[in-house]
Structures are given as C-alpha cells and as structure tokens.
Design a protein around this ligand. Structure first.
Ligand SMILES: Cc1ncc(COP(=O)(O)O)c(C=O)c1O
Length: 397
C-alpha cells in the first residue's frame, strides 16, 4: 500500500499542479496544434545550450578510455570540483577550493542533500514567500517542515517577520535569488541585515542556523542587476545551484553544493552532504556531464533574448490590464489574478485554459491570488498569445 503522506501529496492540488498543467498542455497541443496552445507553465529554457557546451559534449563523447564511465568519489571528480570552485570564487569574491564543492544531480538533489544533512525530526526551514513549489516536499522528505514567511509588497524580504519566526527548531533559512516565481533579486543590504539577524540568533541559541542560497538563476539578470555574494556576509552560508537554467541543461541533471570555507566545521558539512548524496541513491553526479561542465561552466551566454521576451509579454499584459511584478532576473512573470476571481488563482488558470493559455496558479508557490507565466518559451508563442490574452480579458468585462 502506498504510504499515507505520499498518497496525500499525489492527490493534493498544490505543488503538482504545474506538472499536471504541463501534461494537459501536451494533450491540448495534440488536439489544437502546437502553435495554438500558449504554454507558460514550465521553466524549461527555450535557448539552446551555448556552443562551448556543445563543443565540450562532442569532445567528451570521443573519450572511450578504460574506466571513463566508472564510479568516482561520491562528491565528484576532483578536477571538476576545482573548476566549480573557480566559478564560486569569481561569484563570491572569496577564495573557495575544490574540497568545498560537491557535485550533485541538479539543484533539486543539492537541496535534498542539504536538508537531509541538517534536519532533525521537527526542525524547520524558513522561506520567504513566494518560493519554488518543490521546497515544501524537500523539507518534508527529511522530517522537517517549511515555514512560509510573507514578504513585503514588493517581494523584498520582511526581515522582522523572518526574525520573529527564528527559534531553536530553525535549521536553515532558504532564499532563492533571483526568485522563482517573482523574478525578485534580494538586495545586498537585505542579505547583510539577514546575516546580522542570523548571527545574533546563533549567539543566543548556541545553534548554527544555515543560510541556504538557491541560485540556479544567478546569471539570468536584467538591466545590470547583480546577485549579492552571500559568502562575504554570513559565514554559515551554503550555495546550491545547477546548470539547468543558465546553460539550458535541465534534463542533464548537473548541479552542485558549495560550502563557505569560513563556516563552522565545513569538513563535517561536506562529509554529511556527500553521505546524503550517496544514501539518497544519487551516488554521484552524472560522470559525463561533470566532465562537460568542467570545460564549459564559463561559457558566455547572451540572455538578451529573455529580456526581449520579458518585455514583449509585459507589453501584452499591460495592454490587457493584467498587473504583474516587474522581474529583475530569472524568466518568470508573477501576475495578479483579476479581481473578478476573488483571488482564486486555480479558477483563473482554469479560465485561461479555455483560451488555450496555460499558466501556473500562485498558491503552489505560496502566492495565493497570483499566477506565474514562464516566458522561457519561443518569442513566437509570446507574440501569438496576445490575441488569446486579449480575448480572455475582454470577456471578463
Ligand atoms: C528555484 C529553483 N530551485 C531549484 C530548482 C531545481 O533545479 P534543477 O533542475 O537543477 O534540479 C528549480 C527548477 O526549476 C528552481 O526553479
């Protein structure tokens, strides 16, 4: 018999709704033709991986040396960890060595390894709303729970609200910067202040509260925006990330954990997450893509086409009278459900479906009354969706 809590999860409307929508989209596309369905559900990048990645794939595919497909140390090939350490050093402005990096099966497995390592039964992970819908499951997978903390109206961190929820049960505060689904980038001053709050809390309780920064969208920013280097401000910071979004490799499942070398007992933490990676059944990150990434992590990518798509979709929403938060990064637009629906984002997404527009209800992201449009789709999809949005909004009048 299926375990009760899993049965509840697969039957619940909440977090699985995006995948459900995506699958319904496949059926609708068969029925109405691909070009007539406007599928904004999934953060599946439309850009092809950059040439440097393609060249690395081609080069690595030629390697047929003995043992090239074998196991390696669970944390990854040492030379790959060194390469990612260079990336982190560049991003964080602080020297990081390969031993502080653990290669993972995407950011999803990185988060699960971190939570498995940190959570005792009943422990809590604090997260500002809105947030990536899977976080609830990831915390629950390891006996913890996600404490969802309202943010300010502009989606910036409500630091006092976070402070008020810190307790001896808090294992970590999790921030996703730039944020999925809002596209918000948390300011450097907010991260610094959060660091001060966490340090004071640690002193008071004698327990280390980790700051987990989930950063798969770090490189996808607009108008010169920058993501703050949290390692510089808070010692007990862990970065989890992947190449799913910035190098358009979500299906290849390649990610990493980087532990701040200045954290308390980083060796212990690295041992713990490496053990977690093993016993969660990942064993190690995919060998082939570790080698590809070692050669191509620094590929230059032009994200301007996402900016063009963002601007085109914002113009359509403006014309139709749909309000949204202007994203500074990532590739999502978080939009307000029209007042006629009294904040019921599920109902509004069902309504949009009648016009063959597929959107993700905000409730799954802790954003009731909002819906998310992933604009990492083709420009053609965005342009052609204008008529459908206009019609849907016109008929609400
Ligand atoms: C905020 C956030 N974190 C983590 C993930 C998981 O990424 P990956 O595919 O690398 O596991 C996603 C995927 O959409 C995401 O949006």
């Amino acid at each position: 018999m299926i375990a009760k809590h899993i049965q509840e999860m697969i039957n619940s409307k909440g977090a699985s709704v995006i995948r459900k929508m995506f699958e319904e989209g496949i059926v609708l596309k068969k029925e109405h033709g691909e070009e007539n369905v406007f599928d904004f559900t999934l953060g599946n990048p439309d850009l092809d991986p950059p040439q440097k990645v393609v060249a690395a794939i081609q080069e690595e595919a030629k390697d047929i040396s003995h043992g090239c497909h074998g196991y390696m140390p669970n944390a990854g090939y040492p030379f790959v960890r060194e390469a990612i350490a260079q990336k982190i050093t560049k991003e964080q402005g602080l020297s990081v060595k390969g031993e502080n990096v653990i290669m993972t099966v995407g950011a999803a497995s990185a988060l699960n390894c971190v939570f498995k390592s940190l959570l005792n039964p009943g422990n809590e992970v604090l997260v500002p709303m809105p947030f990536f819908a899977e976080y609830r499951h990831y915390a629950r997978n390891h006996g913890g729970s996600l404490i969802e903390i309202p943010s300010k109206a502009d989606f910036s961190l409500d630091l006092q609200a976070i402070k008020a929820k810190l307790s001896s049960k808090t294992a970590a505060v999790l921030i996703n910067n730039p944020n999925n689904p809002s596209g918000k980038i948390y300011s450097e001053s907010d991260i610094k202040e959060l660091a001060t709050i966490l340090s004071e809390h640690n002193k008071k309780t004698g327990r280390i509260t980790y700051l987990v920064c989930d950063e798969p969208y770090r490189a996808i920013v607009y108008d010169g925006a920058k993501v703050a280097p949290a390692f510089q401000f808070y010692e007990n910071t862990v970065i989890v990330s992947s190449f799913a979004k910035d190098l358009s490799l979500p299906g290849e499942r390649i990610g990493y954990i980087a532990v701040n070398p200045k954290s308390d007992a980083p060796e212990e933490f690295i041992k713990a997450v490496t053990f977690a990676l093993r016993v969660l059944g990942c064993v190690n990150a995919p060998a082939f893509f570790q080698k590809v990434i070692a050669k191509s992590w620094d590929a230059q990518v032009d994200y301007s086409s996402y900016k063009i798509r963002r601007d085109k979709l914002m113009a359509i929403l403006d014309k139709c009278g749909i309000e949204y938060y202007r994203p500074q990064g990532a590739f999502y637009l978080f939009c307000k459900v029209p007042s006629r629906f009294s904040g019921d984002d599920g109902d509004f997404c069902d309504y949009l479906k009648k016009y063959l527009i597929l959107a993700a209800p905000g409730s799954g992201f802790g954003g009731k009354g909002w819906f998310r449009l992933a604009y990492c789709v083709s420009e053609k999809t965005i342009i052609n969706s204008e008529k459908a949005f206009s019609k849907a909004m016109e008929e609400l009048k």
